[in-house]
Structure formats: structure tokens, C-alpha cells
Write a protein that binds this ligand. Structure first.
Ligand SMILES: [Fe+2]
Ligand SMILES: [Fe+2]
Length: 172
């Protein structure tokens, strides 16, 4: 079944959104590096790498369905933040926006009876639950840590054990 033009455009917009999410996470990673929190920087870099794989999943799917890739522009990411928790709050807001976008894609696919899109979109629906939940957990932890520097350093160490993104650190 040929890809409907509207769905093709929406899938392309999703590719751009996932690349945009990656770019934003690289910006967040760079801020943590500058703040001397390499573990959180690594977590963000791994997150960015994951977003790139999301973009590629949609990209490949468009091609597999005989569609055409049409990449949109990406805004420069925010470079300055007041506190670590604000970075993760922005991450949560970004994930929530992606969830809305995936849900809209899902509705469109159902409406157009493009059932071939549903396995891919089901995967993303589940992935977004994971994404939102893991970021929310970090926000809760940072909220409990408050201004306690040693707790933030412990959390930084813990988040730095996440692999991916090419910035792996030796774990002790
Ligand atoms: Fe994503
Ligand atoms: Fe994400």
C-alpha cells in the first residue's frame, strides 16, 4: 500500500523532530560538561545517540514504504541553564512533545487505515513511556537532593554509568 502524502509528510516531520531532540540533548550534554558534571553529560550524550536511532527508524520506514525523505530545519539548542534540574525539566517537556507527536501519527495512521505503520508506532508509544518515566525519576531524585552537593555528585556518578553516545567513561 502506497504511503499517503499526509502520512509521508508527518513521518518526515517526525524524522526532523527526532534529529532536533538529539541536537537539544547534545546542547544539554555540553552544558553539563561545562558545569563539571561529566556523568550527566554522558547520560545526555547517550540520550542524544538514542534519538539519532529514532530518527533513523522513521527514515528507514519512509524509504521501505517507497516514500521520499524530506528533512526540515533544526533550531539551535538552548545553551544556558540555571540548574541541573532545569535541564531535565526541559528534557521532560521535550519528551512530552514527542509523545503528543507520536500519538498524532498513530491517529493519522489509523484514520488512513495505514495498518503497516502501527508496529513501528506501537514501538514508539512504548518507548515514550520509558523515556518520560526515566527523566521523571531523575527530576524526582534531583528534587530530593536539593542543594546538597554531595548527593548531586553521587547522582552524577550514577548517571555516568549509562553507556552510548561515544562518550563512555571508565566505570570504577
Ligand atoms: Fe525519540
Ligand atoms: Fe526521547
Amino acid at each position: 500500500m502506497a504511503l499517503d502524502e499526509r502520512l509521508e509528510a508527518a513521518l518526515n516531520a517526525q524524522v526532523t523532530m527526532e534529529y532536533g531532540a538529539a541536537y537539544a540533548y547534545f546542547g544539554m550534554s555540553a552544558w553539563f560538561e561545562a558545569e563539571g558534571l561529566p556523568g550527566m553529560a554522558q547520560w545526555m550524550r547517550a540520550q542524544a545517540a538514542e534519538e539519532l536511532t529514532h530518527a533513523e527508524k522513521f527514515y528507514q520506514f519512509i524509504l521501505d514504504r517507497g516514500g521520499r525523505i524530506d528533512l526540515g530545519p533544526i533550531e539551535a539548542p538552548q545553551a544556558d541553564f540555571d540548574a541541573s534540574i532545569d535541564v531535565f525539566r526541559m528534557s521532560l517537556a521535550q519528551e512530552q512533545a514527542v509523545t503528543v507527536s507520536i500519538n498524532n501519527l498513530y491517529s493519522m495512521a489509523v484514520e488512513l487505515k495505514d495498518f503497516a505503520s502501527l508496529p513501528l508506532l506501537d514501538w514508539f508509544v512504548a518507548e515514550q513511556v520509558e523515556e518520560e518515566s526515566s527523566v521523571q525519576q531523575i527530576i524526582d531524585d534531583l528534587g530530593r537532593a536539593g542543594d546538597a552537593g554531595h548527593t548531586i555528585l553521587m547522582l552524577d556518578r550514577e548517571l555516568g554509568t549509562r553507556l552510548g553516545g561515544g562518550g563512555e567513561q571508565a566505570t570504577i
